[in-house]
Write a protein of this length. Structure first.
Length: 114
């Protein structure tokens, strides 16, 4: 009986929509006949961060972003597309990722006046 409950819970968790943020690209990405002008960044899950050092992600290292962004973007970007991005667009994406990784308590402390 508890086996069914676990399966139901796991299914509910996997079907939960992840928070996302929209990034408007300053230099759109051209993919064949398609032009990508905006991206949705999904909040990374632990599985999306596999093989990466959190410090590298938070320090916005290019290699870490090139590995992570294809895992969390809609439409899904290829690594070579991330590597060809304008630096300003890469920074926008990296800031979006970093914002997802900041705990809510730290955001609340930052919002409170000194």
């Amino acid at each position: 009986m508890s086996e069914n409950k676990t399966t139901t819970t796991a299914t509910a968790i996997n079907n939960t929509e992840r928070p996302s943020t929209s990034i408007t690209l300053e230099e759109p990405i051209v993919r064949g006949a398609t032009t990508i002008e905006a991206l949705q960044l999904l909040r990374p899950r632990t599985a999306d961060l596999r093989g990466l050092m959190l410090a590298d992600v938070l320090n916005m290292k290019v290699d870490a972003m090139a590995a992570l962004l294809p895992r969390i973007t809609t439409p899904t970007l290829a690594v070579h597309e991330v590597n060809a991005m304008a630096p300003t667009d890469l920074v926008q994406c990296a800031l979006g990722v970093a914002a997802f990784l900041v705990p809510k308590s730290a955001k609340q402390e930052e919002e409170q006046p000194a």
